[in-house]
Write a protein that binds this ligand. Structure first.
Ligand code: GLU
Length: 445
């Protein structure tokens, strides 16, 4: 049995029934175990074993009363994964699929991603199996308050700083912050993604999506190309997808698709700024479905229960959720000659899909590198909060651009493979080195 197989077998034994977590650890271990073998400094320290074991997991009951007066009970979680390089940092996800496996994979990935941002942030993630779909505003508020009634005692601006993720946007962050402030009796930057009026940062809503496109720019520049004239297939229609589309359009790209969990829209003329504004209103204010786009723009087509990966394009940006690109989807992308797959979501491609990307010579960037702009800007929000001042839009945007360029450079440094760059290997190793060095310095704790 190879070293990797042995390692993964142990992970599976220690963490039964957690397939997403196994998948995330295996993807990292593939790059890190050979790297450790080549570097004596990291040998016999059980570094990856330690990183794969959360420092702490908090699990709690979230009871709340719905609009019909009925009592509901959900599960609440916070995974405090790794604090070697800074306080735990990572989003909160509200989605019916949330379980320990999904949150542990996300917290594990977050540790490497946060390390790549160059900012002092450890890894964490939290959430609930609560389904926000169809809930009234009052129900969302009561749920957030109940969630925070337990979580508040575990977090703090120097301990653990949650933010948004799927199902948690500015509205939810507002309700969570309000309850934290009331219970802790202090006004601090304990959450990021806050509204501008109470300590939020400009560009934070745009940051993940913009960051993805800045990363695409970096990848293309390295091979002497640019975004101008490239066509994009994007999945998702939430925060990440919306702002990735916005920046792609601004830089001369043509955005052909967006999707939600029911299907995708294809607009052969391209989704322009005005059409994107319609989508933002539809999704963010009316909380409607992507299908409604075709009622407004009759030329566009709607594909029910399908994913957009069969559409021809230059660049594919999965910005919806984990494992949305499976083997067959990856094969379609490769057969269509797609130039790059750049992940906006966390672990949107299965291991088999990644295998196809890497063997077909496509450019491929894992989410931990290309979607790090969101959490990086959360880090900038934290800096502004502790300085008690606000940076301008231009200043935050410039810092975000610089961070994405820096992440790209780290991938290039550690991911060289002849003339090509293995972004996955580069991101994994660069993320690992910083955390490993901090852990070595701090001893066995
Ligand atoms: N949920 C986002 C991520 O996956 C952002 C986390 C944060 O800002 O803390 O990185």
């Amino acid at each position: 049995m190879s070293l990797l197989e042995k390692f993964i077998q142990k992970i599976k034994e220690n963490n039964p029934n957690e397939p997403e977590f196994h998948q995330a650890v295996e993807e990292i271990a593939e790059s890190i175990l050979p790297f450790i073998e080549e570097n004596e400094r990291y040998q016999n320290k059980k570094l990856l074993e330690r990183i794969a074991e959360p420092e702490r997991i908090i699990m709690f009951r979230v009871p709340w009363v719905d609009d019909q007066g009925e009592i509901q009970v959900n599960k609440g979680y916070r995974i405090e994964m790794n604090s070697a390089i800074g306080p735990y940092k990572g989003g909160i996800r509200f989605h019916p699929s949330v379980n320990l496996s999904i949150l542990k994979f996300l917290a594990f990935e977050q540790t490497f991603k946060n390390s790549l941002t160059t900012l002092p942030m450890g890894g964490g993630k939290g959430g609930s199996n609560f389904d926000p779909k169809g809930k009234s505003d009052a129900e969302i508020m009561r749920f957030c308050q109940s969630f925070m009634a337990e979580l508040y005692r575990h977090i703090g601006p120097n301990t653990d700083i949650p933010a948004g993720d799927i199902g948690v946007g500015s509205r939810e962050i507002g309700y969570l912050f309000g309850m934290y402030k009331k219970l802790a009796n202090e006004f601090t930057g304990v959450l990021t993604g806050k509204g501008l009026e109470y300590g939020g940062s400009l560009i934070r809503p745009e940051a993940t999506g913009y960051g993805v496109i800045y990363f695409v720019q970096n990848m293309l520049e390295r091979i002497g190309e640019s975004i101008d004239g490239k066509s994009f297939v994007i999945s998702g229609s939430g925060n990440v997808a919306q702002f990735a589309a916005e920046k792609a359009i601004e830089l001369g790209g043509k955005v052909l698709t967006l999707s939600d969990s029911s299907g995708y829209i294809y607009d052969e003329n391209g989704i322009d700024e005005e059409k994107l504004e319609f989508i933002k209103q539809l999704k963010n204010e009316k909380r409607g479905r992507i299908k409604e786009y075709t009622e407004q723009y009759n030329d566009a087509q709607y594909f029910e229960d399908e994913k957009p990966w069969g559409q021809k394009c230059d660049i594919a940006l999965p910005c919806a959720t984990q494992n949305e690109i499976q083997k067959e989807d990856a094969q379609k992308l490769a057969d269509n000659g797609v130039q790059a797959v750049v992940e906006g979501a966390n672990m949107p491609s299965t291991s088999e899909a990644i295998h196809i990307f890497r063997n077909s010579g496509m450019l491929y960037s894992p989410g931990k590198a290309s979607n790090a702009g969101g959490v990086a800007t959360s880090g900038l929000e934290m800096s502004q909060n502790s300085l008690s001042l606000n940076w301008s839009r231009e200043e935050v945007d410039q810092r975000l651009k610089d961070i994405m360029t820096d992440i790209h450079e780290q991938c290039v440094k550690y991911g060289k493979k002849g003339d090509e760059i293995d972004y996955m290997k580069g991101a994994n190793i660069a993320g690992f080195v910083k955390v490993a060095e901090a852990m070595l310095a701090q001893g066995v704790v």
